[in-house]
Design a protein around this ligand. Structure first.
Ligand code: UDX
Ligand code: UDX
Ligand code: ADP
Length: 467
């Protein structure tokens, strides 16, 4: 049996912990990486041929490293005991009740994981917060560790936020714009920072490994997501002006993006951003600003979320209005349910809000997404407020192909930018649709001129119909 010099434990086998630690294992053959989770089913899936997360390139890495220097286990304590470095990548959802409900992050999972480390550790550990957390969480973790551990055991806490985006996680991890490591500015803190930096230095150029103080690192994660989301809300706000005036938002976005001070990325108008991070992190920032008695700052960032809500509502309303102000008992095909392409993740997906809206208007919904299973859609649509399971059973049908979902419908609504939606045989689909055949492009990906030639009525976000 190989003996490893360094051992890493990752608590939380989710979208962040799984890919991050798989890439570390693939880049560092001499480091043993153990990913643990309390969710037995999730660990079983990671150990099977059918890993629980779809992410291009991930499966190959997991299959290549698993059993060599990459392990998945529910034995949290054993992994903590032997680890030199411990990543904490548990979930931090927005609080649903109590103080800060709807805004603040629920740190219960972080706290539980931290208490476990304190209880179990028998030697010095570097504890790394990887999950997105509000500023000063590291400070709370340090207090918990100090108060609950053996007197001869010491800890260093680092903040090492993850910037990977879903769908491109492996690429982002292998070639990151930067790796950020925050630490206390004490000799011990700086030594721990160096130890973690030396892991990343195996494949990340030195000038992309940025070291800062703890709180700067924690705030940078929230700030980065807020700035990215703000760009999307800005272009979506402009898309409303475009529709009202006949300008084309793609043209505006392209021309703005050529200014090197602005840049072209994250300026694609859409039905609204989704994903587990943007909304949650902005709401965190809003809560933080309020707690710091900075109401103007809180309002400023909150507007980014409000604009996103407005964009989703505006698009849903435009569907109803276009279909002669009623969609009762009409058949609507939804293409795409994930919050973006190349992922099966649906957290905060605009599609959830959209389908709920259409169901309230008594439409029949046929959904196709290449990666989201029916069980997930059912869960998303019925778990919280509004949709009754009976209504779901009666009105929602999940289909295996885009063609069966679009079969004979009144309207097609594209909500995720999956590549395959660009090249469907729209002529074949058109023939069976109710006329006039409407197609709504919530992602600005469809070949609109071709569709018009076939006979479709096309409605695209950010494109007025004035020529
Ligand atoms: C601006 C636009 O940059 C230019 O493209 C347009 O044609 C005219 O308006 P200008 O107002 O001349 O140009 O200067 P600019 O460099 O944009 O600065 C505007 C203000 O923003 C200044 O007060 C500047 O000090 C401030 N600024 C700029 C900041 O506070 N922070 C920055 O990072 C950049
Ligand atoms: C984001 C950040 O990009 C990443 O750095 C952070 O670590 C986690 O949060 P993610 O949510 O996985 O990543 O995906 P991202 O590509 O940022 O997209 C978020 C949402 O914005 C998606 O719904 C996407 O469709 C939407 N989006 C993105 C737009 O509507 N327009 C754009 O131009 C870009
Ligand atoms: P993220 O997108 O941040 O990775 P996920 O929800 O995908 O979030 O993953 C977080 C994982 O952390 C879940 O699989 C959850 O079971 C796990 N988890 C939460 N609390 C603990 C804990 N105390 N110990 C071990 N695993 C935990």
């Amino acid at each position: 049996l190989q003996s490893f010099k360094t051992k890493i434990c990752c608590i939380g086998a989710g979208y962040v912990g799984g890919p991050t630690c798989a890439v570390i294992a693939s880049k560092c053959a001499d480091i043993k990486v153990t990913i643990v989770d309390i969710n037995q089913a999730r660990i079983d899936a990671w150990n099977s041929q059918d890993i629980p997360i779809y992410e291009p390139g991930l499966e190959e890495i997991v299959f290549a490293q698993r059993g060599k220097n990459l392990f998945f286990s529910t034995d949290v304590d054993a992994a903590i005991l032997e680890a030199d470095l411990i990543f904490v990548s548990v979930n931090t959802p927005t609080k649903k009740t109590g103080m800060g409900a709807g805004f603040a992050a629920d740190l219960a999972y972080i706290e539980a994981a931290t208490r476990r480390i304190a209880l179990v550790a028998k030697s010095h550990k570097i504890v790394i917060e990887k999950s997105t957390v509000p500023c000063r969480t590291a400070e709370s973790m340090r207090k918990i560790l100090d108060a609950n551990s053996r007197s001869d055991v010491t800890f260093d806490i680092l903040s090492n936020p993850e910037f990977l985006a879903e769908g491109t996680a492996i690429k982002d991890l292998q070639n990151p714009d930067r790796v950020l490591i925050g630490s206390m500015q004490t000799p011990a803190g700086l030594k721990a920072q160096k130890a973690l930096a030396s892991v990343y230095a195996r494949w990340v150029p030195q000038n992309r490994i940025v070291t800062t103080r703890l709180w700067s690192s924690e705030l940078t994660k929230l700030a980065s997501n807020a700035l990215l989301a703000q760009r999307i809300s800005s272009i979506n706000a402009l898309s409303a002006i475009c529709e009202a005036t006949g300008a084309d938002v793609d043209e505006v976005s392209y021309a703005c993006g050529l200014d090197s001070r602005i840049g072209p990325k994250f300026l694609k108008a859409s039905v609204g951003f989704g994903g587990s991070c943007f909304q949650k992190d902005i709401l965190n920032l809003v809560y933080l600003s309020q707690s710091l008695h900075l109401p103007e700052v809180a309002d400023y960032w909150n507007q980014v979320v409000l604009m996103n809500e407005y964009q989703k509502r505006r698009f849903a309303e435009s569907v109803v209005k276009t279909l002669f102000n009623t969609i009762t008992n009409k058949n609507i095909c939804i293409l795409g349910f994930a919050f973006k392409k190349d992922t099966g993740d649906t957290r905060e997906s605009a599609a959830i809000a959209m389908v709920k809206y259409f169901l309230k208007e008594n439409a029949n919904i046929r959904i196709y997404d290449p990666k989201v299973p029916e069980s997930q859609m059912r869960y998303d649509l019925t778990v919280e407020d509004n949709v009754d399971v009976d209504i779901y059973n009666k009105r929602v049908k999940v289909c295996d192909t885009a063609y069966s979902a679009a079969d004979g419908v009144d309207a097609i609504v594209v909500l995720t930018e999956w590549d395959e939606f660009k090249t469907l045989d729209y002529k074949r689909i058109y023939e069976k649709m109710t006329k006039p055949a409407f197609i709504f492009d919530g992602r600005l990906i469809l070949p609109t001129a071709e569709l018009k030639k076939i006979g479709y009525q096309t409605i695209t976000i950010g494109k007025g119909d004035v020529e």
